[in-house]
Design a binder for this molecule. Structure first.
Ligand SMILES: CC(C)(COP(=O)(O)OP(=O)(O)OC[C@H]1O[C@@H](n2cnc3c(N)ncnc32)[C@H](O)[C@@H]1OP(=O)(O)O)[C@@H](O)C(=O)NCCC(=O)NCCS
Length: 170
């Protein structure tokens, strides 16, 4: 068994501006641009945790709850929320910083799955994760259910085998 790591050991924080080429006609950050930024941050956290080449296996959940206006300072925090054998769930929190107060307001959240692979692209085993904070523990606990949902939707798991999902409804 590999040595466990904590989510904060591999956390990645990406802070950047929203410039004119990155907005939609309402002058808010273009959704695909945010997805790309989140993918970069998640990829760095996944790589720090596994010390391997990592690839995006799926984007499990993204909600664009709040528009991010042109000129905003956007901070994306990516943390490994749970590891499995070769895959890991990365939880992303997106914040916008108010220019005058400097306070950060939550804009969006997303959940990505990354897989660690060798030089030939074959999945390889990764170290386990040990959540520390209350939030990290909550996210860890819910991650197995999300993995099963993602696999069922991708046609990679028989719904009959999705024990965590069944437990939600029975
Ligand atoms: C991601 C990839 C390595 C998975 O390969 P695979 O043949 O499905 O391999 P496996 O079945 O062994 O799955 C590997 C792990 O990924 C997980 N996984 C695969 N598809 C998944 C999905 N849709 N959602 C969540 N987890 C998934 C599996 O559950 C397994 O996890 P575990 O080992 O931690 O239990 C492969 O599909 C790939 O290389 N995809 C392209 C990745 C890429 O290029 N991304 C960038 C897109 S531009």
């Amino acid at each position: 068994m590999m040595q466990a790591k904590t989510p904060s050991e591999s956390a990645a924080i990406l802070t950047d501006l929203v410039l004119p080429g990155e907005t939609n006609p309402l002058n808010n950050l273009f959704g695909g641009e945010l997805l790309a930024r989140m993918d970069r941050a998640a990829s760095i956290a996944a790589r720090r945790h596994s010390r391997r080449i990592t690839v995006t296996a799926s984007v499990n959940h993204v909600a664009f709850n709040r528009a991010i206006p042109l000129g905003s300072v956007v901070t994306i925090e990516a943390k490994v929320s749970r590891t499995f054998k070769t895959s890991m769930e990365i939880f992303l929190d997106v914040w916008i910083e108010d220019r005058e107060s400097g306070l950060k307001n939550k804009a969006n959240e997303a959940i990505y799955t990354f897989v660690a692979v060798d030089e030939t692209g074959r999945p390889v085993e990764i170290p386990p994760i040990e959540p520390e904070t209350e939030l990290e523990k909550q996210r860890f606990d819910a991650a197995l259910r999300r993995k099963q949902l993602s696999l069922v939707l991708a046609g990679k798991m028989n719904p009959q085998d999705a024990t965590e999902l069944k437990a939600l409804f029975m």
